[in-house]
Write a protein of this length. Structure first.
Length: 111
């Protein structure tokens, strides 16, 4: 794996960790009556990206069920490290290639 590919994988893992915290806050708010849709940060490999994706809690949990998958804004996929495996209204789900998957799995906050 090149240093660029490793950096991309680590950036995505960082955004995933931030989104885990956002999801926790959303769960607390939902207990107080908030709706089921919430915004997470795009988990693409661009460290300067701050775009948001709207997801339901159920859809977010589907993405998090596989530590190799990440949710991104359409058009943000990096074919050298991932492939698009699903899409929805305003988002795509990407899965890391085998080499980058090791970083994704090792840094999974749910592991």
């Amino acid at each position: 794996m090149s240093s660029r590919e490793e950096r991309v994988a680590r950036n995505e893992a960082l955004f995933r960790a931030v989104n885990e915290r956002i999801e926790q806050v959303h769960e607390d708010a939902r207990d107080l009556g908030a709706n089921d849709t919430f915004a997470v940060l795009c988990e693409c490999g661009d460290q300067n990206c701050v775009e948001e994706v709207q997801l339901t809690t159920q859809r977010y949990e589907q993405v998090r069920a596989d530590p190799r998958t990440f949710v991104i804004v359409p058009g943000h996929a990096i074919p050298e490290v991932e492939e698009i495996v699903d899409e929805g209204a305003g988002f795509e789900v990407v899965r890391k290639h085998d080499e980058e998957a090791e970083i994704a799995e090792r840094t999974d906050p749910r592991a």
